[in-house]
Design a protein around this ligand. Structure first.
Ligand SMILES: Cc1cc2nc3c(=O)[nH]c(=O)nc-3n(C[C@H](O)[C@H](O)[C@H](O)COP(=O)(O)OP(=O)(O)OC[C@H]3O[C@@H](n4cnc5c(N)ncnc54)[C@H](O)[C@@H]3O)c2cc1C
Length: 408
């Protein structure tokens, strides 16, 4: 395991940091992460355009699609620096992190040319249409049907939790094309124009106040066969490419961490009024446990980075990082809000302690424990693929989808 940047990596990090310092100075740009709706989107799109002009977009992609063909480690380094500046990258995370890499891997040359440039420049936004009301963890059990009709496929069904669908131009859609086959084998992936007739997007109101994800209904939506990604019936393998990218992308923490809770503890009076929370024995024990967990994650991340730096593919152990981070964030935010006492209920960043960082984290952490694989699903992955324990019971193995309960 290597803890240090190579000289080339260190030079790239310094160059990236200097560019971010210069580019993300205006408070509005950084605040775009907190701004919902068209204003935040406009700011994010403008930032993405600047990133392309400076050569920091599509770092690992081939030059022929507008990338720089750098090793994945450079993309990790840029992402680490970008996170420190609260760069407004949210609306593009799914498109550029998951959908477009899938398009590049499976679409035809002319379609790749059509889609990649506008997505990279932030002109068009993409979403991921996989989960359904009864198919989240078990996404291969999805019901949305695609039936061939001449040169088109006709889509009927419903997706849910589709992040960004309300402002997306395109999406990648996983649908069932053959219910006679086993559930994983009868699926096909398509590119869907979100403005096509019959696509009905309904935002879901969230507890934190925003509406970032949606229900999406399909009523006789037509997709040309030329927009199919991969072979008919090979959708599961196409989806695995998307999901592999998703787990890597979701693994990092994007909220307040050990340093922030330490600062809060230093500036918060202990219960009973003697000194700060730093002198409180119970809180000190919590601090120690968060420190160990955060350090464990950081060291694990070095292992992933070393693999990337050597051109290897990181293994399923990145699931460990996601479980650790999401649970620590929830625990830490909960304790911080309690420590803030009556200020803990203020969610307005202008007046809440530490710009309401813990209040935001408190609302976001439960979602982080679900998105990109729930805690339980990731624990199954760790048990089976990291620890080599026996497989979870799979009663649907070898059974045609139509013969499963609810499969008709
Ligand atoms: C913030 C956020 C953004 C999202 N964005 C998108 C998106 O853009 N596109 C998209 O397609 N989806 C998206 N999702 C949906 C996400 O992929 C699913 O919510 C997730 O896969 C879980 O599925 P589910 O909600 O149907 O829960 P279920 O799968 O029904 O799980 C319910 C509970 O049962 C447990 N469980 C299920 N199966 C097992 C098992 N085999 N063993 C043990 N326990 C099990 C789960 O861990 C969970 O606790 C998003 C979700 C969130 C929270």
């Amino acid at each position: 395991m290597d803890f240090n940047d190579s000289s080339e990596e260190a030079a790239f990090r310094a160059e990236a940091r200097a560019w971010l310092e210069k580019t993300l100075t205006h408070q509005n740009v950084r605040n775009a992460v907190r701004i919902d709706g068209p204003e935040g989107l406009k700011i994010a799109k403008a930032y993405q355009t600047k990133k392309v002009e400076a050569g920091y977009a599509g770092l690992t992609w081939k030059k022929e699609v507008g990338g720089r063909e750098l090793a994945p480690i450079f993309s990790v380094i840029f992402g680490q620096e970008e996170a420190k500046f609260q760069a407004p990258t949210g609306p593009f995370a799914i498109g550029l992190g998951m959908c477009i890499p899938t398009v590049i891997a499976f679409h035809s040359a002319d379609r790749i040319k059509r889609y990649v440039g506008p997505a990279l420049r932030g002109e068009e936004i993409w979403c991921q249409l996989f989960s359904e009301p009864s198919a989240g963890s078990d996404v291969a059990g999805l019901k949305t049907r695609a039936v061939r009709d001449g040169d088109d496929w006709v889509i009927n069904g419903q997706k849910v939790w589709t992040s960004g669908a309300h402002y997306s131009d395109y999406g990648i859609l996983l649908a069932r094309t053959n219910p006679e086959k086993e559930k994983h084998k009868g699926l096909t992936m398509f590119v869907l124009n979100m403005k096509a007739p019959g696509v009905d997007v309904r935002p879901i109101h969230q507890m934190a106040g925003g509406s970032n994800f949606n229900e999406v209904y399909f009523n006789d939506v037509r997709i040309p066969d030329a927009e199919r990604l991969g072979e008919v019936g090979n959708g599961w393998n196409v989806a695995l490419v998307t999901l592999m990218n998703e787990r890597l992308a979701v693994g990092g923490s994007s909220g307040p961490e050990y340093a922030e809770i330490l600062e809060l503890a230093r500036n918060t009076p202990a219960p009973g009024g003697k000194g700060s929370l730093l002198q409180d024995q119970a809180f000190r024990e919590k601090l120690a446990s968060w420190y160990v967990s955060a350090e464990g994650y950081t060291l694990g991340k070095y292992r992933t980075m070393t693999a990337l730096s050597k051109g290897q593919t990181p293994g399923p152990e990145s699931s460990i990082g996601k479980i650790l981070n999401a649970n620590r964030m929830q625990d830490l935010a909960n304790a911080a809000i309690e420590a803030e006492d009556h200020f803990g209920i203020i969610a307005d960043p202008a007046i809440a302690p530490m710009q309401a960082a813990f209040q935001n984290a408190y609302m976001w952490a439960p979602g982080l424990r679900i998105a990109g694989g729930t805690d339980e699903i990731l624990r199954n992955i760790i048990a089976e693929r990291v620890l080599g324990l026996p497989q979870d019971v799979r009663v649907d193995k070898g059974v045609a989808y139509k013969d499963l309960p609810g499969g008709r």
